[in-house]
Design a protein around this ligand. Structure first.
Ligand code: FAD
Length: 460
């Protein structure tokens, strides 16, 4: 029986980051994967979505290019071609990943891994048995469908269905869920001319993010013709000529019709066929429970990423957990700070947050001062017609330390890294103000937000 120091089940961002770290730490490593390399992120998540968003961003820019002196006539988009380009991007990145796994001499088992003992894995399809000193579960998640009558009707789809629907654009779409995936899909469909309705059960879009961001996004979406129902619980879907959905809002029943419905309301842990009957792994609501080193209740078995309880379901969070687990297995201290996790939404403009909102900081007992800068006063934003949005920074009045940042502007998803660094290193407003940021750039607005915070008193 082949034996390894570490066998990783799942090749998403968590599993591949762990594998990469593992070989660098000198461990004999194998990966078991039952679908394509790269997991949800590369094949059915981050990358295909951002590729579609890239196409529509160009389409939108060309539509308004007369404003900057460029006239284009006969503008059209080619929907299947947009998807072909998305598929080419995915394939290119997947090939790169496959090459790097080969280069690192990581053994790959194509098939479904079932854990049959603390050190044993069986590959379901080939019945092959392998031994591992340590096992790392990185099996991720899959879309979860709520028990709404009619959820299985044709043209009711989850995120996988939306991303692989390549032949024609739906003219009228209802999206159940106004979280990150829902608002990104709404951005794509709206830009291509579909009539979009968002049905969100909570009282605002992006309910886990700062209120200002949600309000601003709602305003911009409405301006673009997207219909938003918050506090809306979808109760049933029926097939008539098109799809009819019924939802309850403020105690009233309302209905709407759509050619297609996208369900974007959460994901469940992927543990199908993962454990033989005799493996007493501790789980909660299907998610695997791990400690701060990503170790499960069975000493030789670790778990990371979307499959774990309490995971922030983000690719970079899964990768960071992978590094922590491997460092523990190799006997090294942990090098990653899991406490500071940027979150990004690729709407137009982009949204990015890290750390606490002012409301969260106040709830934790901090005396808070905030500094805000509007992108309408930022030179680069005006030049590039990106002058909607803002940057908001939250500081602890007492220590002057940065506690959180909320950005809604062009390049927010890149600029948030500076804020994550600042929070990780407990930088103060004074220290952030001392940094020279180049001109003209979007990040000059960070300097302005810091300066605005410095002149403000506590707003407890
Ligand atoms: P996954 O990526 O889910 O990979 C798990 C892998 O394990 C899969 O390939 C699966 O087939 C395999 N597997 C499962 N069980 C077995 C088994 N028993 N044997 C062998 N193989 C198995 N995150 C971001 O950070 N940024 C984004 O912009 C972003 N956009 C997203 C957009 C969409 C539409 C979706 C759906 C998700 C998005 N995410 C984004 C979330 C991100 O994709 C996930 O958080 C991330 O992929 C989780 O990584 P993972 O390694 O835990 O698992």
């Amino acid at each position: 029986m082949e034996s390894y120091d570490l066998v990783i089940i799942g090749s998403g961002p968590g599993g591949t980051a762990a594998a990469n770290k593992s070989v660098r730490m000198g461990l004999k490593t194998a990966i078991v994967e039952n679908r394509e390399f790269g997991g949800t992120c590369l094949n059915r998540g981050c990358i295909p979505t951002k590729s579609l968003l890239h196409s529509v961003k160009h389409y939108e820019a060309i539509k308004t290019s007369a404003d900057i002196g460029i006239t284009v006539t006969g503008l059209e988009f080619d929907f299947p071609r947009i998807h072909q380009r998305k598929n080419a991007v995915v394939e290119k990145l997947r090939n790169g990943l496959t090459q790097s796994i080969k280069r690192d001499k990581i053994k790959v088992y194509q098939g479904t891994g079932t854990i049959t003992g603390p050190h044993n894995i069986r590959i379901k399809e080939s019945n092959e048995e392998i031994r591992a000193e340590n096992i790392l579960i990185a099996t991720g998640s899959e879309p979860s469908l709520p028990p709404i009558p009619g959820i299985d009707l044709p043209n009711v789809m989850n995120s996988d269905g939306f991303l692989s629907r390549e032949d024609s654009l739906l003219s009228n779409v209802a999206i159940i869920g106004g979280g990150v995936i829902g608002v990104e899909f709404a951005t794509i469909l709206n830009a291509l001319g579909s009539q979009v309705t968002i049905l969100e059960a909570m009282n605002r879009l992006l309910p886990t993010m700062d209120k200002d961001i949600a309000q601003n996004l709602t305003m911009q979406f409405k301006k673009r013709g997207i219909v938003i129902h918050t506090g809306a619980m979808v109760e049933k879907i029926q097939k008539e000529n098109s799809l009819t959905y019924t939802f309850e809002k403020n105690g009233q029943k309302e209905t709407g019709t759509a050619a297609g419905i996208i369900v974007a309301i959460g994901r469940k842990a992927h543990t199908t066929s993962l454990f033989a009957d005799n493996i007493p792994i501790a789980m909660e609501r299907g998610f695997i429970i791990v400690d701060e080193n990503c170790r499960t209740n069975i000493k030789s078995i670790y778990a990371i990423g979307d499959v774990t309880k309490g995971s922030i379901q983000l690719a970079h969070y899964a990768s960071s957990m992978g590094i922590i687990a491997v460092e523990k297995i190799a006997g090294h201290p942990s090098s990653v700070n899991l406490g500071v996790v940027p979150g990004c939404v690729y709407t137009a403009p982009e949204i990015a947050t890290v750390g606490m909102t002012a409301a969260e900081a106040k709830a934790k007992g901090y005396a808070v001062k905030t500094g805000k800068s509007l992108m309408s006063a930022n030179g680069k934003s005006v030049v590039e017609e990106e002058d909607r949005g803002f940057i908001k920074l939250v500081f602890d009045t007492e220590s002057d330390r940065l506690l959180g940042a909320q950005m809604m502007c062009a390049r927010a998803t890149d600029m948030i890294a500076e804020m994550a660094t600042a929070i990780s290193h407990s930088l103060t407003a004074k220290e952030l103000a001392a940094i020279i940021r180049p001109h003209p750039t979007f990040c000059e607005a960070v300097t302005e937000a810091v300066e605005n915070a410095m002149v403000r008193q506590s707003i407890v």
